[in-house]
Design a protein around this ligand. Sequence first.
Ligand SMILES: O=C[C@H](O)COP(=O)(O)O
Length: 258
Amino acid sequence: MTTRTPLMAGNWKMNLNHLEAIAHVQKLAFALADKDYDSVEVAVLPPFTDLRSVQTLVDGDKLKIKYGAQDISAHDGGAYTGEISGPMLAKLKCTYVAVGHSERRQYHAETDEVVNTKVKAAFKHGITPILCVGEELEVREAGNHVSHTLAQVEGGLKDVPAEQAETVVIAYEPVWAIGTGKVCGAEDAQEVCAAIRGKLAELYTQELADKVRIQYGGSVKSGNVAEIMAQADIDGALVGGASLDADEFVKIVRFRDQ
Ligand SMILES: O=C[C@H](O)COP(=O)(O)O
């Protein structure tokens, strides 16, 4: 019986300006009740430009919604045009930061080595990384999806000490399921998530592996989340498109009610 609290995180990607973000978080806060937060951790990952507004709303209204960023610089400051540092995100009291999302790996050539530096930067500044891993369609079709994903886990956590690794969140996101409406079958997702947990046990200890939350991401909707969450090694979802619809995201948070 898992004691891991599910984490439902909405990755807004490049959507919602800071005014729309305020309205969206207010709608989520109005819809969610204390009982929801008692059994599920709820987080949103807005664009950088929205974070201060979301922080002000969460602080001002004492909301239980957590928030974080979609990326982090490997550097603490300096001549890195366009980047946002861990100290800046920590100043905004971010709880989480997505690291190594497939869209960063694809469009910004983020390698496992780069992802590893960002994981370390997040921990250095007290921010919990959501380490995103997952395979492209051709890798799955070749039957290499497990080994590919485990290599990303190992690369992302290279030289990360156990006291940090035990708090990491890992998001298994098969690239071919992202934004396509083609959700990975729950049992297929479980296969990889169980393998990820096994890798954590190999890299660290079984006790640590049993603590780490492993999310699934890739076309999660209210209609498929219950089956996904019924899997033994899946502890939440990293939700893209569906998280932009407050009513839909609330249904995903309330997956047990289905
Ligand atoms: O970070 C979220 C994932 O990329 C999934 O996005 P999606 O729910 O729109 O498929």
